[in-house]
Design a protein around this ligand. Sequence first.
Ligand code: F6P
Length: 348
Amino acid sequence: MQKRLGILTSGGDCPGLNTVIRAVVNHATLTYNWQVVGIPYATRGLLERKAIPLSINGLDLRGIDPLLNMGGTILGSINKGDTLAHIDEIIAGYHALELDALIGVGGDGSLAILNQLQSKGNWQFIAIPKTIDNDVAKTERVVGFDTAVNTIVDALNRLTFTAASHDRVMIVEVMGRKAGHLALHSGIAGGADVILIPEIPHTIKGVCEHLAELRDRWGRRFAIVVVAEGVQIAADSSSHLSCEKPSCGMGQYIADELRHCSNNQIDIRVSVLGHIQRGGIPSALDRLADGQSAQMVAWQNGQVVAVPLEAVLACSPCLVDPNNFLVQTARSLSTYIGNITPAITNIL
Ligand code: F6P
């Protein structure tokens, strides 16, 4: 009997989601002759019992396959909501839509919710990890991360020239929630002089000294500082600042700290890349998300494998290991990335 497969995208969008939808439709149709329906706006679509038929022909425009390089998600997504307050209706929606199986494309937060639903509703459920934050455990790659890194590197390339022309320090705030993967990968690839991530304590004094050394010893009169949005502020940080951390954003906060620490001797500008990081045409790596399993599709040692979703969620969000090779790489490139010693928590 022909099976009916649902697919939904959940959480913040990222490049590559449409590519996943296309891969699922092609694979399910051509390999298994299954019917595929898209569930709009994630669990809200199940709650409202909405399903959009997806067929190879329907996704094809005169032989052109637009989903391959289109950012965002044609199914829509929700990033917040009260899903767990409607758990029984959502489970009933899955059965009312006569689904035999569901594929959920999401980050760790969405996958945790979908995992609760599938275990209570006894669904056949497959997870595909996506997030520009790259913080899903047990997989070396998630859909969306590579494109976001490339978008940031492009911004760093552009900012380097204007920073150099005016002898400025350019602070670039990037996303990532509590994880520093985006900042670390893009900062190294984009030649940042300082990379501040939530996982490694830093000192403003350390940053200032590094910038001074760049200028005095190496004659470099400008610098690029990449700041992850989730960077921590030490509890005893001084109170001279014109704005507090939550309202002004971390890039602005660090800029004020640096100005103060240098007696206004550093000319600083701040760029917050924001949701630009979530847009764009998916890179080649972000188009390689194809696979099938009863668990979560993961990329390990260059292979697509299945890993138990419970094991993934037990270790998520997956943060940067302060001893990993990329952190060592940054240090070997003379990038200031903070101090591993946890004792150093003073901002000044
Ligand atoms: O999780 C992806 C992400 O882009 C984070 O990096 C960021 O903190 C958050 O989502 C932004 O969410 P929103 O789109 O709801 O502002």
